[in-house]
Design a protein. Structure first.
Length: 91
């Protein structure tokens, strides 16, 4: 079961990129004692997203696109987001 932050992230990414694959993992428990860890969870995430929107874009451009879509979450409850963004057919 995903929390409210993860649901918001998923909804925003689906609206922005119509991904063919999206995997979002709450990795907060592994960051106990690290900066940004509040103990409440939903502060550290790993994201794998595949979308045609990333075709022809560099890795940095793709990350910026994702960060722009999630600007509100990154300014608030999300302390860290690991992003792996690809176009269909890429590894």
């Amino acid at each position: 079961m995903m929390g409210a932050v993860a649901e918001t992230i998923r909804r925003k990414l689906e609206a922005a990129f119509s991904p063919s694959a999206l995997e979002l993992v709450d990795d907060s428990d592994r960051h106990h004692g690290h900066a940004g860890h509040t103990g409440a969870g939903e502060s550290h995430f790993n994201l794998r997203i595949e979308s045609q929107a990333f075709a022809g874009k560099t890795r940095v451009m793709r990350q910026r696109m994702v960060m722009h879509a999630l600007a509100e979450e990154l300014a608030g409850p999300v302390h860290a987001l690991s992003i792996h963004a690809s176009a269909p057919g890429e590894r």
